[in-house]
Design a protein. Structure first.
Ligand code: DAK
Length: 262
């Protein structure tokens, strides 16, 4: 199915969503949110998909934020709905059972930074720029920026970014721990795909267990997190992939993971 606001492709086991409104620097409107939501449902239902990459179409932007021409006319109630739709999508991305990589090839501002933070990790090109510039518009982050940013980079840095509305470079984003790796623009896609293929070669059951334990464990105390880890570990041990991975090591062959729970 073709979408109006995104390009959706699957390359072997890797699904790719490209935000595709380049004339508006891929700014987010409700139609784009709906397209992404639809695709995430398809991805979750397709056992062959093992990794998702989000990126922006065009040379300039990942996502330059929520579409200001849409937001300017919203009533407070409509704004709440738009914000809620955004939050729902971020949670959906965050809790997707497969790893999600944000491949940031330019501006990631406002909602763009917020989408990238809802991914498992972020790879960027040297020309990427991050920021929460909503304060410059007399508003504030509405897709989780005040919450996720402080959890990723700490309260003081999150406050500086959200209060100043300033942009930071790819290198600064790396220095504060917002992004994992910075590449020259011409290498970004290849490097992202290389990592995606590494992740796609692992077992889906243990991949999901790792993702859930790290994410959910972050919100609870250490002891509860370790109980969660013990349960998830038991699930991995009970899964055919667990047996296959360890047998393959002992038999000196490559494992063939099936991603089945039993
Ligand atoms: N929305 C709509 N159009 C945008 C846009 C955006 N966010 N960003 C860029 N564009 C459009 C420009 O208007 C321009 O359109 P034309 O004039 O060509 O028709 C085109 O993209 C190219 O942009 P520029 O000509 O400005 O390109 P430059 O290279 O000069 O500058 C820029 C690039 C990214 C620095 C600049 O475009 C810029 O500052 N853009 C705005 C960035 C921004 O402020 N982003 C944050 C948006 S606010 C909430 C829900 C969500 C949110 C908040 C609350 N609730 C409902 C509670 C989230 C808010 C945001 O994300």
């Amino acid at each position: 199915m073709a979408y109006e606001n995104i390009i959706f492709e699957i390359e072997e086991n890797v699904a790719i969503i490209k935000f595709n409104r380049p004339k508006a620097l891929n700014a987010i409107n409700p139609a784009l949110l709906a397209d992404v939501r639809d695709v995430l449902e398809k991805i979750e239902a397709d056992p062959s998909v093992k990794v998702l990459i989000l990126t922006g179409e065009g040379e300039k932007a990942f996502v330059a934020g929520a579409d200001i021409s849409h937001m300017v006319n919203l009533s407070p109630l409509q704004a709440r709905l738009f914000s809620q739709e955004g939050h729902d999508l971020m949670f959906k991305l965050e809790t997707l059972s497969i790893p999600v990589i944000a491949c940031v090839n330019g501006f990631a501002l406002g909602g763009g930074t917020e989408i990238a933070m809802a991914c498992d990790f972020i790879y960027v090109s040297e020309n990427a720029k991050f920021g929460q510039p909503e304060i410059n518009l007399g508003i504030m982050p509405g897709f989780g920026g005040t919450q996720r940013l402080s959890r990723v980079v700490g309260k003081a840095m999150a406050k500086e970014l959200c209060m100043s509305g300033g942009m930071i470079s790819a290198r600064e984003a790396k220095d504060i721990g917002l992004v994992n790796k910075v590449f020259p623009p011409e290498n970004l896609w290849e490097e992202t795909m290389k990592t995606a293929n590494v992740l796609a070669s692992k077992g889906k059951v243990s991949m999901r267990a790792v993702k859930q334990c790290i994410d959910r464990g972050f919100d609870v105390d250490m002891r509860t997190g370790c109980y969660m880890e013990a349960d998830a570990f038991a699930l991995c041990m009970a899964s055919p992939d667990g047996k296959e991975g360890m047998s393959a090591f002992l038999e000196k062959r490559k494992p063939e993971f099936k991603g089945e729970v039993s």
